[in-house]
Design a binder for this molecule. Structure first.
Ligand SMILES: Cc1cc2nc3c(=O)[nH]c(=O)nc-3n(C[C@H](O)[C@H](O)[C@H](O)COP(=O)(O)O)c2cc1C
Length: 163
């Protein structure tokens, strides 16, 4: 619980922790090697043309690769992939892909077993405070129909329909 005297950044964090998000791994290739980063800040942006947005920290190593190559993959994780989410939520460069298979689609890594996959071309990069919003044109889209991995109150979970 926060009060009026709680600093704004703390209150902001608490509100955002209560927002349930999907969990995805953004991927890209650099010098023939795969890179990936876990993100929750990913959303659909436009239907016609199909576009998405993903928000990456200015210090993200993956952001530098996406800037350079103009391409990225969005692997929307399923409920059985929380270990993958933790693996890609650390620093580690190409080592994050050690022991993790991938296919190349539209020149970006696709992680097998993900609930959904999008390959995107960078349309625009927009500065947003300490993050950069990457706007992407969707080049390919494939849904596997698996239950989603969600992040809420700093814990992984999944969706349950109210029925
Ligand atoms: C559930 C979860 C969600 C995250 N969401 C984001 C996000 O939306 N954007 C971001 O830049 N980092 C996010 N992170 C943190 C990055 O995954 C982490 O900083 C990573 O080490 C960045 O790696 P890189 O420097 O190789 O890109 C998230 C981490 C977790 C565990």
């Amino acid at each position: 619980m926060t009060t009026a005297s709680t600093p704004l950044t703390h209150r902001f964090r608490e509100v955002m922790a209560a927002v349930c998000t999907p969990v995805s791994v953004v991927t890209a290739m650099a010098d023939g090697l795969p890179h990936g980063t876990t993100v929750s800040a990913f959303a659909s942006l436009s239907m016609d043309p199909p576009m998405v947005l993903v928000s990456l920290d200015r210090g993200s190593d993956l952001l530098a690769i996406v800037r350079e190559t103009g391409r990225f993959g969005l692997n929307v994780l399923g409920s059985s992939q929380s270990e993958l989410a933790l693996n890609f939520a650390r620093k580690g460069g190409t080592a994050k892909f050690t022991g993790i298979g991938f296919d190349l689609e539209e020149t970006v890594p696709r992680i097998p077993g993900a609930a959904g996959f999008l390959a995107c071309g960078v349309a625009r990069l927009v500065d947003g405070g300490d993050h950069v919003v990457v706007l992407g044109d969707v080049l390919t889209a494939d849904a596997a129909g698996a239950p989603p991995l969600t992040y809420h109150s700093r814990e992984f979970g999944t969706h349950a329909a109210l029925g």
